[in-house]
Structure formats: C-alpha cells, structure tokens
Design a protein around this ligand. Structure first.
Ligand code: AMP
Length: 219
C-alpha cells in the first residue's frame, strides 16, 4: 500500500476541503473519498443507509464510526484508488484515524493537510454556501446559479445544505473542537502534519499544498 499516495485533508467545515481535494485528485489521478458526499448521496437516493443517517446529518452530529469506517473500507476496493486517494472529511476522530491506519497499514497515509480557518470565517462562509444537489459544485448565495436555483454546470438544483443552518453550524464547530482537533496531534506525532492557511484564494491554497507535497518528495 505504501506506493500509493494517500492524503488526509483536515479542516473545519467550509475551510475548503472539498475544493482542494478535487484539485489534488485531478492533478495527481487520485480517488476522492468524501464520506459526507457518500452519505448525502445515500440520503438523496432514499436508500436504507440514507434513511438511517438523515437526521444525524441534519443535526450536524457525527454518524457512527463503524458505519463510516466500513464505507471507507469498501470505497478502497474501487479501481480508481489504485494510485491512492484523498480523504476528505474522514477521519473525524481518533478512533477513525486508527481504523484507517489498520486499513492502509503504518505509513499508508503519506501526509495530513490541515486547512486552518478561524470560526468567524467558517460561519461567514457556510451561511452563504449553496451546493448543487446533482454535481456538488459549491456556489456563494450571490452567484447567478444560487440566485436562479439552477446549476450552470449540470442543470441540477442549487440548494442550501440542511446542515448549513446556524444551529447545525454551531454543533459542527463544537464537534470539530472536541472530536477532530485531537487528530492534529495524532498526525503530528507521526510527522505527517502540515498546516495551510485556508483564508486565501483557492489557487494560493492549492499552490501552498503543492509546495508542501514537493518539499516532502511526495510528487
Ligand atoms: P461533511 O460533508 O464532511 O461536512 O460531512 C457532513 C456530515 O456527514 C457531517 O456533519 C456528519 O454528520 C457526517 N459525516 C461525514 N463524514 C463523517 C465521518 N468521518 N464520521 C462521522 N460522520 C461523518
């Protein structure tokens, strides 16, 4: 497994994990594994999994470790993970990080990229975030696609995520501090942690990440 480039992207919601993960995947031919996207697709499809997790997501709470660990394990069976994957929104706590280490083996995660963003900016970004339900493109509430409610890329419905409400945002920030923040020490102790300022234009964040990957000889 160590020949694969598996990267973990960590950050509060709205820090740019999805956008930067997509860029990394297209640049390096990696699979994008977003547990949030997988869960939202299940809810949208009305599958048994979707029915099970719908209220948990809407409240901004975390679904069980067993459930997401299994989703990720299954996803690594897909052929597009051959060169490696960018993990976006997983792991979310130490138990999940340990499960990932068991799955990929020690050294299986090559780098953990923490996109740093202050809480005030998270709240600002999430309150104005709109998302295409079909293709996942993220818009601001002032973008034409958000105003018309129709995605300019695929024609899908552009909506506010059910967990981008003030109450759910507050819960998710608390959950981040309590559950996910300790992961920084987890990866730092393995010399795998790098931090990037998330309060910069998308292209600059992406350049910073590339510089760090190159600096470590990973690309
Ligand atoms: P995200 O799109 O990563 O912000 O995830 C949206 C929601 O999906 C979260 O607020 C959780 O309810 C759930 N979720 C996503 N990933 C995980 C995970 N690794 N562990 C537990 N719950 C998750």
């Amino acid at each position: 497994m160590t020949g694969q480039l598996n990267l973990v992207v960590l950050g509060k919601q709205g820090a740019g994990k999805g956008t930067q993960s997509e860029l990394l995947c297209s640049r390096y031919g990696l699979a994008h594994i977003s547990t949030g996207d997988i869960l939202r697709a299940a809810i949208q499809a009305g599958s048994p999994l979707g029915l099970e997790v719908k209220s948990v997501l809407a409240a901004g709470e975390l679904v069980s470790d067993d459930l997401v660990n299994k989703l990720v394990e299954d996803r690594f069976q897909d052929p597009d993970t051959a060169k490696g994957a960018v993990l976006d929104g997983f792991p979310r706590n130490t138990g999940q990080a340990q499960a990932l280490e068991r799955l990929l083996g020690e050294g299986g995660v090559r780098l953990c990229i923490y996109l740093d963003l202050a809480n005030e900016l998270v709240i600002q970004r999430l309150s104005s975030r709109r998302v295409c339900q079909e293709c996942g493109t993220v818009y601001k509430d002032s973008d034409p696609s958000a105003i018309s409610g129709t995605c300019e890329k695929c024609g899908g419905d552009v909506v506010q995520r059910s967990d981008d409400t003030p109450e759910a945002i507050a819960t998710r920030l608390e959950t981040f501090e309590r559950e996910t923040f300790p992961l920084l020490s987890f990866y730092e102790s393995r010399d795998l942690l790098v931090k990037v300022n998330g309060d910069q234009p998308v292209a600059k964040v992406s350049d910073d990440i590339d510089g760090l990957l190159q600096g470590r000889g990973l690309v």
